[in-house]
Design a protein around this ligand. Sequence first.
Ligand code: F3S
Length: 394
Amino acid sequence: MFLTEEQKGMLDGKKGEVVQRCMRLLVRLGEIYGAEEMMPVKSVQVAGVSYKTVGDAGLEFLQDFADKGAKVIVPTFLNPAGMDLVDWKELGFPEEFAKKQNQVMEAFRKMDISISATCTPYLAGNRPNKGEHLAWSESSAVSFANSVIGARTNREGGPSGLAAAICGFTPKYGLHLDENRRPNLVIDVLAKLESNSDFGALGVWAGKKAGKKVPYFTGIKSATEDQLKILGASMAASGAVALYHVQAITPEADQDISELEKFEFTEKEKQETYDSLNTAEHPQLIVFGCPHASINEIREIANKLKGKHAKKQLWVCTSRLVKEKAEAEGLVKAIKEAGGHVVADTCMVVAPIEQMGFASTGVNSGKAATYLPGFCKQKVMFRDIDRLIEEALS
Ligand code: F3S
């Protein structure tokens, strides 16, 4: 693998032990994937933030790195944490968990990482440009950056993302290269997509068909950014899709698909997907915002809750920045008056909801519906927003 003089110096320890360890990891990764060189990255999103997922071993690793003087040199932000970093007490997060989560955040802060803990950094002041190279880690953010924006990133793990942030480089392989961004299968959508959860159902089904491949969708007449983020998140959860194209909608969709294998998503597949994900009839907790809600989604929820009062816990998960925007518009107050909470920095999957006494959750996200049974021991209601609000009010 070709290394510049600067990169060789990093590998030889001229910039200290931490940089040397990080560069070693990046070179090793590049060798495994056949990269010919390193490339600079514009921004990094670091994984392994929730104490629920990293545990004590992860916390000790981060504290050790921070104590040894690790500092990031490109704009770097975080995946969702395990709790709302401000309102955790009011929301009933356990004290001991909060103490550990705060220690994780402190280690990141020491490394100069921005404490923006979200899976939608592109809605929270960190929207990349088309063609930019990144080292992002959260699967739905990776999918959105590649597919909807046309930026380029592999899905980084915790250590490789952190190493890229500290060195400023990532090995040039995978989705950084044109040849790996071409579609390998076509999914013709014949079913009606009437709600965000329909896009989630399509994503769950398509992710299973595609696995690690790049699907190309035909038959989707229109889609909002919110629907595309739900579609990508769901495919990344049921499969490992990090890039997809939608005919006439996404920026790299001008492709020859004539020779590709084709699958059809009809009403039958849609219904079967809903049936397979629904295991709860009356969930205890209703959560929107997977991926983290946009300001438009928060407006829609606030509007639907106007004049009503939720009898069940209702959360709308989002980034801190979008929560601030929602506060300025009076939406946080409106949702609170209707018995709900706008929850920042975390989500239903990486928060310890099972420890908080919840056994069943209602969601309109295919990703959350896929992960909640395994990660959080939840029974799931997967429905559209209107049905879930009806459930919250009953
Ligand atoms: Fe984001 Fe959590 Fe969903 S990280 S994509 S809200 S599972």
